[in-house]
Design a protein around this ligand. Sequence first.
Ligand code: GLY
Length: 402
Amino acid sequence: MNMRREFIIFTFASLILTLGCVMKKNQENKLVKEAFDKAEKQLKYVAQKPADTTGIPRSTNKDGSFHGVKPGDWTCGFFPGSLWYTYEFTKNEQWKKDAEKWTNILEKVKNQKNTHDLGFMLFCSFGNGYRLTGNPKYKEVIIEGSNTLIKRFNPKVGCIKSWDRYPWSAKWQYPVIIDNMMNLEMLFWATRETGDSIYYNIAKTHALTTLKNHFRNDFSSYHVVNYDSITGEVITRGTHQGCADESAWARGQGWGLYGYTMCYRETKDKTFLEHAEKIANYILTHKNMPGDMVPYWDLFAPDIPKSPRDASAAALIASGLLELSEYSPKNKEEYFKAAEKILKCLASDQYTAEPGTNQYFILKHSTGNYPSNSEIDAPLSYADYYYLEALLRYNKILERRN
Ligand code: GLY
């Protein structure tokens, strides 16, 4: 009799547990599905128009009107990249056609010599396109772009020079910004595809030099390190988009987290993994990180808690943490949960725009460049891009787990 009762209780408990797991899985999948549904509604408005070499979505102007850019603007690869991610999720051929159309107009960027941003511009667009279609033309473009980018490497400094395209960049002799970590992914890829180690060696050297010179003892990073191009010595450390030289510009911390996680993936060098973990720890335990985990535009911004947030930093951090959770057994759950929290918040009405509003960008409340009074509390194409990327990464992890 007792045995029978125990059996019934056990069966009932198992049923509840299974039901609970199925409901949780459905809830999580629902988050991703609903987020992509909303993204599709927004992106298609511009995606389905003829590709416009003067109107690649970047942000909004101060009056709320649409701000589009030309090929060569550092953000030009993100909109095509978002279209590729939408194709990846939906498998709908129309998204592929639109992604191709908006990618193809960027080809000339492969010869652009005055910036380090070729990785952002080419790898988010042609890189995702190549990954998803294997189009050999895309491969040629990325390799040519990589050859252009490595010409900016100075072996004495051990870094690729970031800027000389802007009038204000003349105030530094050899500026290297933390953002530049993101351009290395294309170079690692180029070595894999061509078998030529030059790209890998430059990328790894750049990452090691940056690790040595860009970070403080607490693993926060400076935005700009200015080098002497003859001796390779550091001249100054400071900021361009943060609130102070010694502050922690939120997106910069995200570029570092994402960048070193990617460097570990590409090199399997534990130095990079440990560094990414320390950056993650800095971000996740920061005293000024708000409860919803969408950081203020600078972690030391004045007027906290009234300072504007930066949803682009949150999306980037979520994407980086999800990848890092795969490499870091001891912190796996912590990183995954933090990223999940960010995604849930970004997917809420607080940050996701009502379809048909926000100039058809997906997310609200990012900050582009606060000190220049530009793109404050605005949508940004790269917030959307890293948000979709993070959703895809989250979805893949869930599928593997369930
Ligand atoms: N790479 C420039 C920025 O993050 O605003």
